[in-house]
Design a protein around this ligand. Structure first.
Ligand code: SF4
Length: 376
């Protein structure tokens, strides 16, 4: 199927008679074919699942949850999207296993800390397991050829199908006619002509197809996965370098998404909250770390010190946190330092807001050739 509007509007929209009934309207002896459709809640995954369902396949949606797939608010949206298209949704929490994919991706990372090729393989393997457990016949994915340069080019799509173990039991209905035929077509469960030839990053064809299917509500494409963000990626790689990949825990990955991060030394990192919600979130991770806050009546951020800070490191960290407190001059500020059950107050001289070391300590994507500043 072509990607131009006339073709999209003309095809692929009516249920095929192949799987559910004979041409004369009588029921076939063979049971209805079943598919598991990977479901992110994004438009492509909605369209792929709905298309295959409309072609007469019994489709169950599968959402694979991991640390970067969003919290409960995101799952509510996914459930609502499944309800709108009237398909059964299954959510599988694979957060812990997925950490291994992020720590050790066989195919490496994209432009940040996003191991997209391995991540797709991981999700498809879960799809395969659910397919087998449920006696389904194939797995559906909304991937579109060429939509992502590194993970969705022609060879990558074939490699991912093979490495997932699905082989030709993986159908990408939106680009199926640009890829080798898979089992559902070879076996005649679906007709090739009912599938599509979408390619590239443009969204017009999908938007038209959504309109044709009567799908009015769907999320707009936006970053979404934190792993694709360069600032977050810089923090992930810093943590890998200083802690060791396998030592970076689920909590650590969560903290990497909160606040300003400063690498004060090989042994010490400081995370400073930027607003009330971040301050509260950081305070919630104080166990096993050092919590620094301004002592009343000063108002300012909560901060965590991670690693193995020396007394000198803690003094420096308190001065950095003091720089972000509400104060009018460079006079020392009393800062409360909490380590486990021990709490003490130290006097910290706020660093000047223009102190160039602050920029050097910040963990962020560095321009080529940029240098880090010494601690003092
Ligand atoms: S963008 Fe994130 S969730 Fe999506 S495949 Fe890449 S790493 Fe996985």
């Amino acid at each position: 199927m072509f990607v131009d509007s006339a073709t999209i509007l003309g095809q692929g929209c009516e249920p095929s008679v192949k799987n559910s009934e004979h041409a004369d309207g009588t029921s076939p002896a063979t049971p209805k074919r079943k598919a598991i459709a990977l479901f992110s809640g994004g438009l492509d995954s909605i369209l792929a699942a709905v298309l295959v369902h409309r072609l007469g396949i019994d489709v169950t949606l599968l959402h694979v949850q991991h640390l970067w797939s969003g919290g409960e608010a995101s799952r509510r949206k996914i459930r609502a999207a499944a309800d709108r298209v009237g398909l059964t949704l299954r959510i599988v929490d694979a957060s812990n296993e997925h950490l291994g994919v992020v720590r050790h991706p066989k195919h490496g990372y994209g432009s940040a800390a996003n191991p997209c090729v391995d991540c797709h393989i991981f999700m498809l393997r879960i799809g395969k397991r659910i397919m087998e457990d449920n006696g389904a016949d194939f797995v559906v994915s909304g991937e579109v050829l060429g939509q992502r340069p590194k993970s969705q080019h022609y060879d990558a799509l074939l490699d991912v199908a093979a490495e997932s173990g699905l082989g030709d039991r993986l159908l990408r209905p939106l680009s199926a006619n640009l890829l080798p035929d898979t089992l559902p077509v070879k076996e005649g469960w679906l007709r090739r002509d009912d599938l599509f030839s979408l390619r590239g990053r443009r969204r017009e064809a999908q938007v038209m197809l959504a309109s044709e299917f009567g799908i009015e509500e769907y999320p707009q494409p936006a970053g979404g996965c934190l792993l694709t963000e360069k600032a977050y990626g810089a923090r992930v790689f810093d943590a890998f370098e200083h802690m060791g990949r396998d030592a970076v825990t689920r909590d650590d990955f969560t903290i990497l998404g909160i606040g300003r991060h400063f690498r004060l030394s090989d042994a010490t990192k400081l995370v400073v909250g930027r607003d009330q919600s971040e301050n509260e979130a950081l305070a919630g991770f104080a166990s096993g770390r050092v919590l620094i806050e301004p002592a009343l009546p000063t108002v300012g951020p909560a901060a965590l010190v991670e690693g193995a800070p020396s007394e000198e490191d803690l003094e420096l960290a308190a001065s950095v946190v003091a720089r972000y407190c509400d104060h009018e001059d460079a006079a020392p500020i009393n800062m409360q330092v909490t380590e486990g059950k021990n709490r003490r107050v130290v006097s910290a001289e706020p660093l000047d807001a223009d102190d160039a070391r602050l920029r050097g300590w910040r963990i962020e994507p560095k321009a080529p050739g940029a240098r880090r500043f010494a601690r003092r």
